[in-house]
Write a new protein. Structure first.
Length: 259
């Protein structure tokens, strides 16, 4: 059978448009495809929730790909080991409470398991604004990342979500929009983004989990975004807190979304 280039193009366009339209109203929208966002998406999807993830980059996985300074190994502590085991990632016991894993294998298996569980991922999309009502956040305003990079004036499209998770890491992209347009409203000591502090792995790993919570009605933070919003330190190439943060946020949202 001869292949027709136009059929190939139509297949891509038809399936993509169907997928996009099907995710304009969801239970949870996650912004940022790093470890915390992917883990949150996995558990939400596994629980039968309609969940979508948007990432501005072409590749998904955030900072995990490069391990530490492009040494593509990651470190996790024992309390987070069950999450790598959940995804089938092989680990090596380095010394007490320290385990290592191949960064590429980790990202590949987490992404694969999350998609198979039902998480829909859109890459090359950026969040330029939020859908807001007086009482809470209700969704996201989306555009293509290359449009943003090129500085083109192209109007965005909007999607609605019962909850939004900012898992954009150091940049806190969604929370920044809320802070700028609704000053003094965040659930932090000053009502604003407190800002990320310097490296302190032990404190950062603990605080990443503590700070993963709702910071504005309808808006949660996870991973490094949680510490940046709350004023916690950075943790470097140890990823246990990031993984546990995604699990925690997913658990809270599953409870709130109910059956």
């Amino acid at each position: 059978m001869a292949l027709d280039e136009i059929v190939i193009s139509r297949a891509i366009m038809d399936r993509y448009h169907e997928k996009f339209k099907n995710n304009l109203e969801v239970d949870a929208a996650i912004v940022g495809g790093g470890p915390s966002g992917l883990v949150a998406g996995y558990f939400l999807a596994r629980a039968g929730k309609k969940v979508v993830l948007f990432d501005r980059k072409l590749s998904i996985g955030g900072g995990m790909w490069g391990g530490g300074m492009m040494y593509n190994e990651i470190v996790v502590q024992k309390p987070a080991l069950h999450l790598l085991e959940e995804f089938g990632v092989r680990t090596v016991h380095y010394q007490e409470d320290y385990y290592t894993a191949d960064a590429v294998e980790s990202v590949g298996l987490i992404v694969g398991n999350a998609v198979h569980a039902g998480l829909t991922i859109f890459n090359c999309m950026t969040v330029e604004d939020v859908l807001m009502r007086p009482e809470r956040m209700e969704g996201l305003v989306l555009n293509w990342s290359p449009v943003e990079v090129a500085g083109l004036h192209v109007d965005p499209l909007t999607m609605r979500s019962k909850f939004v998770v900012d898992a954009t890491g150091h940049d806190t992209e969604v929370v920044k929009v809320v802070e700028r347009k609704f000053p003094g409203k965040l659930s932090t000591p000053t009502g604003r983004i407190e800002g990320e502090k310097s490296m302190w792995a032990e404190e950062a790993e603990k605080l990443t989990l503590d700070n993963s919570r709702e910071v504005y009605a309808g808006l949660y933070v996870a991973g490094m975004a949680a510490n940046a919003v709350a004023g916690g330190p950075r943790m470097g190439p140890i990823f246990g807190g990031m993984l546990l943060s995604g699990e925690k946020v997913a658990g809270e949202l599953i409870d709130r979304l109910g059956g």
